[in-house]
Design a protein. Sequence first.
Length: 94
Amino acid sequence: MTTSGGLAAERVWAVVPCHLEPPSLELLRNLDTHVGHILVVEDGQVVGASARPERVETLELGEHRQGKGHAIAAGLAYIRAHDPGAEAVLLLDA
């Protein structure tokens, strides 16, 4: 599968930072059809985390909120460490 921009979808990550509320299952399922990897970054305590598609990875930053910028930076660092060959990252605001 390739993206509309010609990138191999398996080389594309989506990073979804969240605080208090998890991203919807509908959003995660839709993303799962377009990108190879989804990373939900939980910044602070996320209440009512819903079931997630199997391929969704979760990065928990702890109970003390550090802000969206920190969550995005942590997500990018996670991708660099786990998939240095990633070609693109899609940032979403859930």
